[in-house]
Design a binder for this molecule. Structure first.
Ligand SMILES: [Ca+2]
Ligand SMILES: [Ca+2]
Length: 277
């Protein structure tokens, strides 16, 4: 059970008789989302219909789910223009996750424009040193004469790039890139951005179908928090002491090895003490 805002800290709640419960205040959250900009957009214009567009913008930090599908068919020419944008994303208590895609296709002489995008941007504050684990994938399929682009990027407090995966479509083949990054983050403000976009405009030839996708999961844990309960205290200290020595062989986990050097020793003990609270 986690300690949520406006809730008693379950670890220290004390029952008095059956009527009252005395609560200690929750510790300050170590991971706090501070800004977000998540959206989808799709646009199609053909020679036989007025332009059509659609899209959504996430209103707040809650779950965002959007599916936009714009299709125009020019019957006389038996041609079409088509654009799709999707996104499903979440902002968790100490995690960010999402998947999105953008698709466009069309036939000349009917299709003049077809483009779409799915954009994800969340800025979060870390109040203490943390570890992060970022996994996922980006793909692009299609290319000239369309522009196809996918990216997942993590930037730091000074705008510096910590992780950057991006792909540009180079033709008809599918290109993919796995995301598997981990490391340590100092206290400060970070931004995770993901983009899937495709654009085709004023074409003199058939728009080859193209698609860009992203998917990611970012987990952030307070450095020193061995048991993952969002606080660093005596439980974590005891977990380090009880796991003292060489780590077991993978795939067995070794959560008390906080500095990832393959052993649980004084280096890990100092990380618990140094991040207490
Ligand atoms: Ca803990
Ligand atoms: Ca260690």
């Amino acid at each position: 059970m986690r300690c949520l805002a406006n809730q008693c800290n379950p670890a220290v709640a004390v029952l008095i008789g059956t009527l009252a419960m005395v609560c200690a205040p929750c510790p300050a959250a170590h991971f706090t989302p501070v800004a977000q900009d998540r959206s989808t957009y799709a646009f199609v214009e053909t020679i036989c219909e007025a332009p059509e567009e659609g899209g959504d913008v996430a209103a707040g930090f809650g779950p965002f789910e959007s599916h936009v599908n714009i299709f125009q068919n020019c019957d006389m020419q038996n041609t079409y223009g088509w654009a799709i944008a999707n996104q499903i994303s979440q902002i968790g208590e100490s995690s960010l996750s999402g998947s999105g895609d953008a698709f466009a296709a069309g036939d000349t002489p009917a299709a003049l424009h077809a483009f779409s995008w799915s954009l994800y941007s969340v800025t979060f504050e870390l109040s203490s040193a943390s570890t992060f684990d970022l996994t996922g994938m980006i793909t692009v399929e299609g290319g000239y004469p369309t522009a196809v682009y996918a990216q997942v990027r993590l930037t730091g407090p000074k705008g510096e790039t910590i992780v950057d995966h991006d792909l540009v479509g180079d033709g008809g083949t599918l290109i993919s890139e796995d995301i598997d990054d981990a490391g340590q983050l100092e206290p400060g403000q970070y931004a995770l951005e993901a983009t899937a976009a495709i654009s085709a405009a004023d074409l003199l030839q058939t728009i080859p179908p193209g698609e860009a996708t992203f998917s990611f999961n970012l987990d952030v844990a307070q450095l020193g928090d061995v048991n993952g309960d969002e606080t660093v205290n005596i439980d974590d200290l005891l977990a380090v002491i009880s796991a003292w020595g060489e780590c077991p062989q993978p795939p067995a986990n070794c959560p008390a090895d906080l500095n990832g050097d393959g052993a649980v020793d004084v280096g890990d003990l100092l990380l618990v003490i140094g991040n207490w609270g």
